[in-house]
Design a protein around this ligand. Structure first.
Ligand code: SF4
Ligand code: ZN
Length: 324
């Protein structure tokens, strides 16, 4: 893959700002060029600083890392595998992979995750939706969620990742959400004025009750382009296979729109995220009460209502099947 056509970080003919060797990457938003080795140090230092700044691993014992097999989660796996033993000794890492049963997609990424975990000697928990839950994500195409399949898939992943992390005794659930993901979500929420949801977009969501694992996003300040370069620098396998269900999704369109803005206004994502976190969040946190959680009547997991959103979602698939 060529970097030249990937926005944000490009191959250039310049010298590395830190060591003076030939630069491999130009990082637009930071206005600097770095060689491969200095880029990796820069990347890992930035991830480390994010972890420390937001106290993501304060008193942590076991981190469950959600890995999809894409460049972001693989980069996070590699960075944590390097950073944790050196800087946070004693903290265990285990990987969770959810096989969503998406044909031509899930099985390919599953193989990558299995092989990396074997190479790194890390415990992997594969959760196969078809075997464990008796449905697959494409089943939502035959429900009212057809046009919002990513929303349904997101609910499934959020619920199961928390549940599995809890069951394996993890006290942190790390995900590979990057700055591009976060600005895309914020963009939509600000447009809709969904303040109750905006307040939940943060680097750490501390557990507020039993069975709810603390969520951390160590890559929240890294761009998708930086993750790609880190993955390539470490020769991590990058499939580049897109989810066939996501074509023309609203999420994909919003990401495209934000890339266009970033091209005209370099640093837009960083400015948006920082304004949200530093200027707007302090007011919202004081004004908006955390919703009270109760136990789901059906599965016993934390929920906002008597039946949690996951149980409601899955019941739609079951009802749909019964009607056929
Ligand atoms: Fe799920 Fe949408 Fe991601 Fe596909 S693109 S895996 S449907 S969230
Ligand atoms: Zn439930």
């Amino acid at each position: 893959m060529k970097f030249n056509d990937f926005r944000g970080v490009k191959v250039i003919a310049a010298k590395c700002r830190f060591c003076g060797d030939a630069a491999a990457y130009r990082i637009d938003h930071a206005r600097m060029s770095l060689c491969r080795s200095c880029f990796m140090k820069y990347y890992e230092r930035k991830v480390y600083r994010t972890i420390v700044k937001y106290e993501m691993l304060r008193n942590a014992k076991k981190v469950a890392l959600a890995v999809s097999g894409g460049k972001d989660s693989l980069s996070l796996l590699k960075a944590l595998h390097r950073l944790i033993p050196e800087n946070f000794p004693g903290i265990e890492i285990e990987i969770i992979y959810i096989d969503l049963g998406i044909p031509g997609y899930s099985e390919k990424y599953r193989k990558i995750v299995e092989s990396i975990c074997e190479n790194f000697g890390i415990t992997l928990h594969v959760y196969d939706l078809r075997l464990e839950e008796n449905y697959v994500v494409p089943d939502f195409q035959r429900t009212a969620f057809k046009s919002r399949i990513c929303g349904a898939c997101g609910t499934v992943k959020r619920y199961l990742l928390n549940k599995i992390a809890y069951e394996i005794g993890a006290d942190r659930l790390a995900t590979g959400h990057n700055l591009d993901d976060i600005t895309e979500v914020l963009f939509e929420l600000y447009l809709r004025g969904s303040v109750k949801e905006i307040v939940r977009i943060k680097p750490v969501s501390w557990s507020t009750r039993d069975k709810l694992v603390t969520k951390i996003k160590p890559l929240i300040e890294m761009t998708e382009a930086e993750n790609l370069c880190y993955a390539l620098s470490n020769e991590l396998p990058i499939l580049g296979v897109r989810c066939p269900l996501a074509e023309n999704s609203r999420m994909a369109k919003r990401k495209k729109l934000i890339s266009m803005i970033e091209r005209e206004v370099p640093g837009f994502r960083h400015t948006f995220y920082k304004s949200h976190l530093k200027r707007i969040m302090p007011y919202l946190v004081g004004a908006i009460q955390e919703p009270a959680l109760i136990e789901c009547n059906s599965c016993g997991m934390p929920s906002l209502s008597e039946t949690c959103s996951y149980c409601k979602l899955v019941s739609k698939i079951r009802r749909n099947r019964a009607a056929q």
